[in-house]
Ligand binder design. Sequence first.
Ligand code: CDP
Ligand code: CDP
Length: 219
Amino acid sequence: TQAVPVIAIDGPSASGKGTVAQRVATALGMHYLDSGALYRLLGLAAQKRGIALEAEDKLAELAGQVDIRFEGEGIWLDGVKVGDELRTEEAGAAASRIAALPKVRAALLDKQRAFRRAPGLVADGRDMASVVFPDSVLKIFLTASAEARAERRYKQLKEKGMSANIAALLQDIRARDERDTQRSVAPLQQAQGASLLDTTPLNIEQAVQEVLSRYRAVK
Ligand code: CDP
Ligand code: CDP
């Protein structure tokens, strides 16, 4: 599968990675991997089974057991469709805690690499460029100011009819940035060979066009 191209889009919470990566994948007719969803799903599965978010061995074992399927917009965990619970900041925080455990990350590696199929893959997360797909043809570090990200998350939750508080969201985003950048294994950082895309002043369409033009430039 060495020849199947991967576009890696990494960055902090609510920078727009998921939205941009999905649209780029659609525009190019490629597959899409939401790697954060795997960590979120594993966090939910652990909580449902009463497994502590620090129990590294049990969590790694669970990662090998759970059946995760992505179909269109839907995500299934052990045959049950997962709803908006996956997108809450609580699920994000749980994901971020288990994501700091090396054995959990290792157990999810193959699951992520299995998404690499012709004609290509657009993958978003924290370590797509550095660890999971280091041979990506294009590596983007997508970011935006913490304030812009809190505002985007606020609007997103409101649109879904979920409750949200902008000050609390900003605090959550800063806490998650801190944990994701300070951890010893696969910390969030601009990978070697990755180009920076600051979307603070950009709308979604502009960000998508920028990624597509960078892809055309390296292809
Ligand atoms: O959408 P958002 O950026 O808020 O979160 P996400 O991409 O769904 O990721 C949730 C958490 O999972 C992050 O805070 C990371 O700690 C972790 N994660 C990771 O460690 N590595 C990845 N490739 C993706 C997510
Ligand atoms: O995946 P990640 O957590 O990085 O972010 P996302 O869920 O794709 O985007 C968070 C929210 O910001 C979504 O509601 C996007 O529509 C919005 N967004 C935006 O307003 N402007 C951008 N340039 C990118 C995303």
